[in-house]
Write a protein that binds this ligand. Structure first.
Ligand code: UD1
Ligand code: MG
Length: 451
């Protein structure tokens, strides 16, 4: 069978005023990806061969995000909000090119799964002209009702236009739709706006298809697939559902989590099997953890790569560009940024390692700081293989510590240190014998004098 072509039309023109935010609604994140990005990835995974994103008149940021996720996406503007069918028709040129399937997806339903979109496409492949995602919400107020007659979907009635009897129907329109691509444009162009809101309703495609003797079907989906985000509270609820899904997927992939409900993941977090994550760990975007690594409690990781069997935390922070090799270790209150800790290297306590490299099996003592910033520019620190940096040292970048070198504790290192040497950059210790007891007797004498 030859592969069916599919056009996805993603409606992202929503205003989102109920978010009470200066940021367009579909650019809000869940699991560190925008709502729009989640939807675009799902349509891609459902096999869309082309994608049109319909944005509002002043939605340059939305257009930019769409292009970041799907570089080939076509961006069209809906200048006036005249209804969902009107919005889809902003993609008229693409629709006219003729696809096998057309998917219409709202950009504010980030939990839509590719499998669900594929089921809608399958209904079209099976001969339906229109396939609608139906679900049964606890409270159907506001949703379009699916009117089924003798197993056929005959119409969708919007809440405002529905009779009392129709409002009693529990099966609602989730908003996702697939259309037979060959007839989609003609069908959409027949939609009028004689209704309670004077809007061009996409949902009227169902009744019009039936009038032409074409078949429309409802495909039942889970509520999460069509869960829309209109408020910050719904954004938080959606985040919770997504976190649950991500944790479940990690557990199924062989990750050990003692208290998964306390671990926060990003949509792009990559965890190998036999990774252990202790309670209360936060994964920002761009983290990969290799097999056998342990992330101890209260660690915060972003843009980091953690090698096989490495150990992180508790209370560690990894920022973008942080990389740990096999069996490397960072302990409590260690921050790693744009720096590599090669295989077996260690920084067990209280250190800042920024813009540099720590060679294999080198040891960074407690309280070591890579002084990477001079107030205007960042500089690099390079610590050679097997070097030992004593506690409370300041390595003032740019600086290189040679392989196997020792740095005496409390040193301020401003010049390169040759391999296998000892560098001391601190004041020599002075001893004054008996000084303390002389001080105490002087004090005692003074007190007697004052009577
Ligand atoms: C729509 C459906 C309703 C369904 C519900 C599910 C229609 C007519 N109604 O109703 O049957 O139960 O979704 O959530 O389709 N949009 C535009 N341009 C417009 C109008 C809307 O881009 O001119 C976009 C919105 O940004 C949003 C989506 O289309 O992403 C749905 O619009 P919305 O106004 O939320 O429709 P509902 O009234 O909720
Ligand atoms: Mg809505």
């Amino acid at each position: 069978m030859t592969e069916r072509t599919c056009l996805a039309v993603v409606l992202a023109a929503g205003e989102g005023t109920r978010m009470r935010s200066g940021v367009p609604k579909v650019l809000h994140p869940v699991a560190n990806e925008t709502l729009l990005a989640h939807v675009l990835r799902a349509v891609g995974a459902a096999g869309a061969s082309a994608c049109v994103v319909v944005v509002g008149p002043d939605h340059d940021a939305v257009a930019k995000e769409a292009a970041r996720i799907v570089p080939g996406a076509e961006i069209v503007r809906q200048m006036q909000r005249l209804g969902t069918a009107h919005a889809v028709l902003a993609a008229r040129d693409a629709l006219a090119r003729g696809f096998d399937d057309v998917l219409v997806v709202f950009a504010d339903t980030p939990l839509v799964r590719a499998e669900t979109l594929s089921r809608l496409r399958a209904a079209i492949a099976d001969g339906a002209a229109v396939a609608v995602a139906g679900f049964t919400p606890a409270d159907p107020t506001g949703y379009g009702r699916l009117i089924i007659d003798d197993g056929r979907l005959v119409a969708i009635r919007e809440h405002n236009d529905a009779t009392e009897a129709e409002r009693a129907i529990r099966l609602c329109n989730g908003g996702l739709m697939a259309l037979d691509g060959r007839g989609a444009l003609a069908l959409l162009e027949r939609i009028g706006n004689a209704n309670a809101k004077s809007e061009f309703y996409l949902t009227d495609a169902v009744a019009l298809a039936n009038q032409s003797g074409l078949r429309a079907v409802a495909v039942e989906v889970e509520e999460d697939d069509v869960r829309g985000v209109n408020t910050k509270a719904q954004l938080a609820e959606t985040e919770a559902v997504l976190q649950q899904r991500l944790r479940q997927a990690a557990l199924e992939a062989g990750v050990t989590m003692i208290a998964p409900e306390t671990v926060f993941l990003s949509a792009d977090t990559k965890l190998a099997r036999d990774v252990t994550i202790e309670p209360y760990v936060v994964f920002g975007p761009g983290v990969t953890v290799e097999s056998g690594a342990i992330i101890h409690s209260f660690s915060h990781l972003t843009g980091a790569h953690i090698g096989e069997g490495a150990e992180v935390g508790p209370f560690a922070r990894m920022r973008p560009g942080a990389r740990m090799g096999k069996g490397a270790k960072i302990g409590n209150f260690v921050e790693l940024k744009a720096a590599v800790l090669e295989d077996g290297a260690k920084a067990n306590h209280l250190a800042y390692i920024g813009d540099g490299r720590v060679g294999e099996h080198a040891n960074i003592g407690a309280g070591t700081i890579f002084c990477n910033y001079d107030g205007s520019a960042k500089h690099r620190t390079d610590v050679g293989k097997g070097a030992f940096v004593g506690s409370n040292s300041a390595l003032v970048a740019p600086v290189t510590i040679g392989e196997g070198a020792y740095i005496g504790s409390g040193s301020v290192i401003t010049e390169d240190v040759p391999a296998d040497s000892l560098a001391l950059g601190r004041v020599r210790q002075v001893i004054k014998e008996g000084w303390a007891s002389r001080l105490r007797s002087l004090k005692a004498a003074g007190k007697k004098d004052r009577g």
